[in-house]
Design a protein around this ligand. Structure first.
Ligand SMILES: NC(=O)c1ccc[n+]([C@@H]2O[C@H](COP(=O)([O-])OP(=O)(O)OC[C@H]3O[C@@H](n4cnc5c(N)ncnc54)[C@H](O)[C@@H]3O)[C@@H](O)[C@H]2O)c1
Length: 257
């Protein structure tokens, strides 16, 4: 399993979960200190881990880290997890252009670069899976999280399309949809929706959901989207059945706009 943004938060919990379950884990991030402590923790528990610096916005680093991983894994890549992400909250017009661009580069372009670079390894592995970290903020556009939410709409799009396009190679592509999670990403964030809905999930909750989503399933219908937690499940279901005007009205109220 190969995961980005593994030094902290959801990425770290997920790396630990897969390592405890016997996977060789490739854990990558720009935070070397965080990676070193993760590596120690996995090794101390008897797990297998490779770490390396990977800025997901750099296609050359993607190619290099995947080559290193492949050498250790004997050519297999069962699960690629595109987890690295950043969130900057605030009024759209008050956020500098460079910050909007950075969110797009990491949250969306990073997924494109990585998934493309990993294709040959995924194709060579029977039943390979790509897990993308989407977000409940892609159910409906979110005031004060405008560009962040929009990057997650884009992640939804690449997930759905590639899951169809790569079925012929036996590669499935899935999206995880948590609402707010108690990690560094949401620390100090105060928006209409964080205040009305709270920040309830833990990184371990999401790691468990990711692990479960990768298990072989007996379900008859193919599943692409995995809401995480009760709030996200209710909101996803509600948005499917409510008329557009009502979905907008609910979002207006929840975001206090
Ligand atoms: N926290 C939430 O409320 C929440 C909710 C839904 C979805 N998500 C998504 O889950 C993912 C993980 O979020 P988190 O809450 O664990 O965040 P986090 O801030 O706790 O951790 C993010 C990790 O990504 C790394 N990172 C940042 N930029 C990077 C880059 N350019 N290249 C490689 N690594 C980089 C950071 O160093 C950090 O270790 C993100 O995609 C996020 O959008 C988070």
């Amino acid at each position: 399993m190969f995961i980005t943004g593994a030094a902290a938060g959801i990425g770290r919990s997920t790396a630990l979960k897969f390592a405890r379950s016997g996977y060789l884990v490739g854990a990558y991030d720009i935070d070397e200190t965080g990676l070193a402590s993760l590596s120690k923790e996995i090794a101390a528990a008897g797990g297998r881990v490779i770490t390396g610096v990977l800025d997901v916005t750099d296609p050359v680093q993607w190619a290099d880290r995947l080559t290193e991983f492949e050498r250790e894994s004997g050519g297999r890549l069962d699960v690629l997890i595109n987890n690295a992400g950043i969130l900057v909250a605030g009024k759209f017009e008050e956020i500098p252009l460079a910050v909007h661009k950075r969110q797009i580069d990491i949250n969306f372009n990073g997924v494109v670069y990585g998934t493309l670079a990993a294709f040959s390894y995924l194709k060579a592995t029977p039943g390979a899976q790509v897990i993308n970290l989407c977000s409940a903020s892609a159910i409906y556009g979110q005031p004060e999280l405008v560009t962040y939410g929009a990057t997650k709409f884009a992640v939804r799009g690449i997930t759905e399309a590639l899951d169809l396009e790569w079925a012929e190679y036996d590669i499935s592509v899935k999206a995880m949809w948590p609402l707010f999670v108690q990690t560094a990403m949401t620390q100090g964030v105060s928006t209409g929706t964080t205040n009305s809905l709270g920040i309830k999930l833990t990184a371990d909750d999401v790691a468990e959901a990711i692990f479960d989503a990768t298990r072989p399933s007996k379900r008859l219908l193919h599943k692409v989207h995995f809401p995480v937690g009760l709030q996200s499940k209710v909101m996803t279901l509600g948005s499917r059945f409510s008329p557009a005007w009502l979905t907008r009205e609910i979002n207006r109220r929840l975001s206090h706009t």
